[in-house]
Design a protein around this ligand. Structure first.
Ligand code: DQA
Length: 159
């Protein structure tokens, strides 16, 4: 799977990717996804990143599969970790899965909702086998948890 041989010398550069419809967070099915907007989540991540010594954190939300595939391809050598909520693409995008498998940058899969206790079509994640791990069901806190895990892992691996 992912190899750590291409990692940069101790740098902590994080890319946060969000997939289709996550630009609507805050108003989209708030009973499932909460009232926090994507901008709120990104601001929380920026603040936390600063406090825990992240060198760089950048954000991309896209409703287009190809744009996310390209962002993942370009992350090679540019970022040290990817935090990814692939939204609906999680359940069917082999292109996204293949992009993740093609690069050595480790990925944490995030979902606001617990996909395992929702409709059956959400139970399967085609990206799960090619990511480090999955965090789901904790709302916006899942992004913060993922960031902290990524930083801890990078620090441990740098030693
Ligand atoms: C989601 C879960 C997906 O099933 C859904 O298609 C989304 C959001 C989540 O964050 O809970 O768009 O990824």
């Amino acid at each position: 799977m992912q190899s750590y041989t291409e990692k940069s010398a101790g740098l902590k550069r994080i890319l946060v990717l969000n997939g289709p419809n996550l630009n609507l967070l805050g108003t989209r099915e708030p009973e499932i996804y909460g009232k926090t907007t994507l901008n709120d989540i990104n601001e929380m991540l920026k603040t936390r990143a600063k406090n825990i010594g992240v060198d760089e954190i950048n954000f991309l939300q896209s409703n287009f599969e190809g744009e996310l595939v390209e962002a993942i391809q370009k992350a090679r050598g540019r970022y040290d970790f990817i935090l990814l909520n692939a939204a609906a693409l999680t359940h069917y995008s082999i292109a996204l899965r293949d992009a993740i498998a093609a690069i050595p940058v480790p990925v944490i899969e995030i979902h606001l909702s617990n996909i395992h206790k929702r409709e059956e079509f959400r139970h399967n994640s085609v990206i799960a086998p090619v990511v480090i791990g999955q965090i789901c069901g904790f709302g916006a806190d899942g992004y913060i948890a993922a960031l902290e895990i990524a930083v801890r892992k990078l620090e441990r691996d740098a030693k």
